[in-house]
Design a protein around this ligand. Sequence first.
Ligand code: HEC
Length: 146
Amino acid sequence: MNWRVRKNRLRLTSTDFNLAVKRLQHCVNQGRTDPMKIKTKTALLIAPIILCAGAALAADAAANWSQHCASCHGKDGSGITTMGKKLGVKDYRDAKVQAEFTDAKAAQLIKDGVAEGGKDKMKPFKDKLSDEEIKALVAYVRSLKK
Ligand code: HEC
């Protein structure tokens, strides 16, 4: 990666920007607070990128939810859709329903799908969505709680 700080501005190509965001995201996911042992000044310059990446991730989750999940679970997570009613999806706005599964369980089900009697009720998404996207979707599902 090749970046320079010049006249208090951080110059990055979009490829480098994406790489930086990926690296930082990785570090954040590992719970590390000193990702690249960067100097304070550089850290101050990079902070907006991290915030921006976080916002981008949340936006991705909302877009992924609309695209892949809302047809059954509903935009609001209520499950009040034609498919949702047919398949008996639960209301994720309900705190009691939310308490029935852990984040890990939810991520695993999104990855591997939900089957009953040898039939897919919810298809596996592991080929369509990355681990990071799935993690963001779990957080999104949590945010649907009323
Ligand atoms: C074809 C319809 C369908 C689609 C599309 C779908 N689901 Fe599901 N989903 C279900 C059904 C049915 C269940 C099992 C019943 C339930 O728990 O609501 C389920 C269960 C879940 C659970 C587990 C809840 C628990 O009780 O453990 C989560 C979390 C979930 N879905 C999230 C998602 C996400 C995120 C997406 C999109 C990436 C998605 N679903 C797409 C039908 C669907």
